[in-house]
Design a protein around this ligand. Structure first.
Ligand SMILES: *[C@@H]1O[C@H](CO)[C@@H](O)[C@H](O)[C@H]1NC(C)=O
Ligand SMILES: *[C@@H]1O[C@H](CO)[C@@H](O)[C@H](O)[C@H]1NC(C)=O
Ligand SMILES: *[C@@H]1O[C@H](CO)[C@@H](O)[C@H](O)[C@H]1NC(C)=O
Ligand SMILES: *[C@@H]1O[C@H](CO)[C@@H](O)[C@H](O)[C@H]1NC(C)=O
Length: 449
């Protein structure tokens, strides 16, 4: 049997320009290559161009390969430019060290772009920040130094530029063995930190970002669980140096931030924002995907909205969440060892379990004669990823990766793009594989692409 990887299938989308954001899919750049920009930092330049800096992890290892630089005017179509930063042998940014979470600020006083990043040795023992500078957004950047800011450890970090006349900026960082989360002011050049202005003692936070909204400073961060996800939190303070509120969830705790970790939070014209997270795949780091979601203050507090497929009106700072057609797995035709599973967490109270390893389910859906996004709503109570074959109308199967969802009754959705003909199609999941797939609650077929 011929197995195609999902990444290969997504080349269908090269024909037509994507107009939707599909969290968790393999996103490709304008050359059709998967986007390698993990631990993202986004910089908007001249009101129209977005620069996305990130870790190129195509090697699947944690070691420094490159800080990539991509450009876009719509946040959907990304063109890879020259690498912004590459290894320099014999320095803290050699190819045997760590460079993570690159964030770039524009320093208007010096007319210079300044990149901050987590700079470390391969065992994360040095816990430094690094700085590099350039005269153009993608550089390449000139490496300046790596050091322990104010003499203390710094691992996961980000930067925040305030909107005062001087554009005072700050380093946000996990310090003191990731126990204390600190905020320190940068000097006027953005080359160093000058003073610690805040600390969340014993907060065990990492993966930070700050959005300023109506004069309030909203801090977003995860807790520390390695590459595994945890419920990311939000905090608010009335100034950068005043006490932050107690932690609160960004999303229902059980879904662990929809299996993602915060990387960057991009303010929108509407006063809302986009949450930009990483869905890390620790055993194949380069296949880690991006979870970008609407971050809304509609309730008065910041909350993530899960969206399988969504689009953005950048000028207005608003979004549209696509609607699809739902097909319950329990209404499909079960085959082999597949069984119905009952639980109130499943829509309709039922899911199909024991898929793969001899069990499969076939669901009949309506298509429009196009490559269409289909979201698989799954529960995987293991501590490791599973996968499932997906075959349309009896054709060659593709394999869809299925993260552990944090419990056998916790449901997440994973996307796959499938070529559906106009009218009735069958979608068979779990056939022809010797490993177990996740339990399947339902699938949703979308027409937006
Ligand atoms: C990284 O892992 C993916 C998934 O297994 C694989 O397709 C890819 O070839 C790997 N890359 C390298 C450089 O080994
Ligand atoms: C940053 O400033 C401190 C003094 O506060 C100094 O010791 C350190 O060398 C500086 N680091 C860099 C990279 O300039
Ligand atoms: C999706 O359905 C909801 C509920 O019916 C509706 O409010 C919303 O406008 C629909 N969205 C789109 C993009 O059609
Ligand atoms: C699917 O999962 C099984 C069991 O974990 C693994 O052996 C296999 O390599 C995976 N296949 C793909 C294509 O990821």
């Amino acid at each position: 049997m011929r197995l195609l990887l999902v990444a290969a299938v997504s080349t269908f989308s090269l024909v037509a320009q994507a107009t939707v954001i599909v969290p968790g899919a393999t996103w490709t750049d304008t050359s059709g290559t998967p986007i390698q920009a993990h631990g993202a930092g986004i910089l908007k330049v001249a009101r129209s161009t977005f620069y996305w800096f990130g870790e190129d992890k195509a090697s699947n290892t944690t070691l420094f390969h490159a800080v990539s630089c991509y450009t876009s005017t719509d946040l959907l179509t990304w063109t890879r430019q020259n690498n912004a930063l590459t290894p320099i042998a014999g320095t803290m940014i050699s190819g045997s060290n760590i460079v993570e979470r690159p964030k770039v600020l524009f320093n208007k006083m010096n007319n210079e772009y300044v990149m901050w990043f987590h700079s470390d040795t391969s065992n994360y023992g040095a816990a430094m920040v690094g700085v590099a500078t350039a005269k153009t957004p993608c550089g390449p950047y000139t490496y300046k130094a790596s050091w322990n800011p104010l003499g203390a450890e710094s691992r996961d970090e980000s930067v925040f530029q305030d909107d005062d006349a001087a554009q005072t900026s700050y380093l946000l960082y996990a310090s003191d063995n990731n126990q204390n989360f600190k905020i320190s002011r940068l000097d006027a050049n953005y080359y160093n930190v000058t003073a610690q202005v805040n600390v969340l003692t014993a907060s065990t936070l990492e993966a930070p970002g700050i959005v300023k909204r109506n004069g309030q400073y909203y801090l977003f961060a995860s807790h520390t669980s390695g590459w595994d996800p945890n419920p990311n939190r939000w905090f608010v303070a009335s100034s950068i140096s005043s006490a932050f509120s107690a932690q609160a969830d960004l999303a229902p705790e059980a879904v662990r931030t929809y299996y993602s970790q915060n990387a960057f939070d991009l303010p929108l014209a509407s006063g809302n924002a986009i949450y930009m997270g990483d869905r890390w795949r620790s055993d194949f780091l380069g296949t880690s995907t991006y979870i970008w979601l609407p971050l809304t203050w509609a309730s008065g507090s910041p909350q993530l909205i899960w969206a399988d497929v969504w689009s953005l009106n950048l000028a207005a700072g608003t979004w549209t969440i696509a609607n699809g057609t739902t097909y319950e797995a329990e209404n499909g035709v079960l085959s082999g060892s597949a069984v119905l599973a009952s639980d109130s967490s499943f829509s309709g109270g039922k899911a199909v379990g024991f898929l793969g390893n001899g069990g499969s389910v076939t669901i009949t859906v309506q298509g429009i004669g196009a490559a269409q996004w289909v979201s698989l709503y799954i529960a995987n109570g293991d501590s490791t990823w599973r996968n499932t074959t997906v075959s349309v109308n009896g054709g060659a199967p593709v394999v869809v990766q299925q993260p552990d969802t944090g419990g056998g009754h916790v449901i997440l959705s994973v996307p796959v793009k499938l070529n559906l003909k106009s009218g009735s199609n069958t979608i068979t999941l779990g056939a022809g594989q010797s490993n177990f797939a996740a339990d399947l609650d339902k699938i949703i077929v979308y027409t937006a692409s």
